[in-house]
Ligand binder design. Sequence first.
Ligand code: NAD
Length: 505
Amino acid sequence: MNTIQNIQLETAKLLINGSFIESETQQWQDIINPATQEVIGRVPFATVQEVDAAIQSAQAAFASWRQTPIQARMRIMLKLQNLIRANMKEIAQVLTAEQGKTLADAEGDIQRGLEVVEHACSVGTLQMGEYVEGVARGVDTYTLQQPLGVCAGITPFNFPAMIPLWMFPMAIVCGNTFVLKPSEQDPLSTMMLVELAIQAGIPAGVLNVVHGGKEVVDRLCTHADIKAISFVGSTAVGTHVYNLAGQHGKRVQSMMGAKNHVAVMPDANKEQTLNALVGAAFGAAGQRCMALSVAVMVGDSKHWIAELVEKAKTLTVNAGHEPNTDIGPVISKRAKARVLDLINSGVEQGAELLLDGRDVQVHGYESGNFVGATIFSGVSTDMRIYKEEIFGPVLAIICVDTLEEAIALINANPFGNGVGLFTQSGAIARTFQNLIDIGQVGINIPIPVPVPFFSFTGSRGSKLGDLGPYGKQVVQFYTQTKTITSRWFEDSHEVGSVNTTISLR
Ligand code: NAD
């Protein structure tokens, strides 16, 4: 079994032209274990020269990488998926230490990314063009899906394995070269995956990594040699990246913030529904872009609220590496302060606090960034806890009388990442999936993240750009369609005459 050797966990390295190097920057940030506040590493904010060197190495590598046979590119992905599987537990430990989520959830984070790598192994059929023979006499039309050149990816803190793996494997297997800018809050597990990618055989310059914040991101968005940008993160930054990179002529996909609702019909299976709601609202301490933020109780399902609260009370808040933990810490002291501020605002604005996670005590981890499961009822749409993405373990409950009201409420919310419906009625489910204006719908599924052969199709305020991550859409995103119309004369002596009109086929 190959193991991870080169990454020194204390210092996140840059990867430029196949070498893991220490940045020469003066600007560093600590990487902090959110359960203990222990400093477990440092991340550099790369200099402009280092970012330019990474882009230059990717640009230089493109010429030969795009000519590398597609089967050879796929074989590297086959090797990579094998290496990730073999190193899963080791990566999960680092991921939990720097991000806070439970070990089981960290393995889930890696597994979801691994599935995209597995899907990258079938790029041979995904990247096929189309061919129509005989569009005119002796004339055929066909398309090529050609790589774009240097692409860049900018990723958030909440899935340091899955989201980088949404990006660079698909971009590279399509024949592009890549510059990755991981989250500066938890880059170490991402770097372990990058090292495995190099071990799998990705040639020098094809994958590069730079660390940093706004300055590095802005350089990627404006550099003339970058052809496309994949961004996942908050709405404010995603909008900035989309606008800036768009102004510089780049193709951009920006997957952003969310406020996900689940509508609960009174005919739903109560136990299954309540278990699903609690898991979706409080898992990963609510730090998932597809986390459940708002439960819309329709009609008599409002009588289940007390039981929902009782279930949430049974969750264990603890450090992610401790056994039986349900809710780990949020990523930083700043994030915790934000979540607490929003909970306070809910109280001040008159929502009813049914379960209060503000003062949770975790024995042995007194300085951790913990927030316990928190539930509000009586929430109205003008409250901050309804309007803002909280990104913490906080569930808002709104009661309505009818399915139509639930659909109208959800459609009026500006975000469109995910939505769920719990019911036992096929007719209700069909009406809901037809009328709801949200890009990813779960029927009796609270977190409907599609598997990698489909695409991640968040919509409206949760996304800018038309093509989503992974699946067929991302192959479109990372390639340029070239359409060729060709004519071959069957008789090479056939000459014809000059014709100045557009031909009637
Ligand atoms: P963030 O926007 O703060 O950071 C994302 C990336 O942008 C990081 O790499 C960061 O270094 C960089 N960045 C931060 N500030 C910047 C600035 N001013 N200019 C340029 N770049 C900047 O997001 P986060 O807090 O790391 O992640 C949480 C957010 O990501 C949530 O809003 C969540 O909903 C969203 N998210 C969305 C999806 C999705 O698919 N829609 C998936 C995961 C997370």
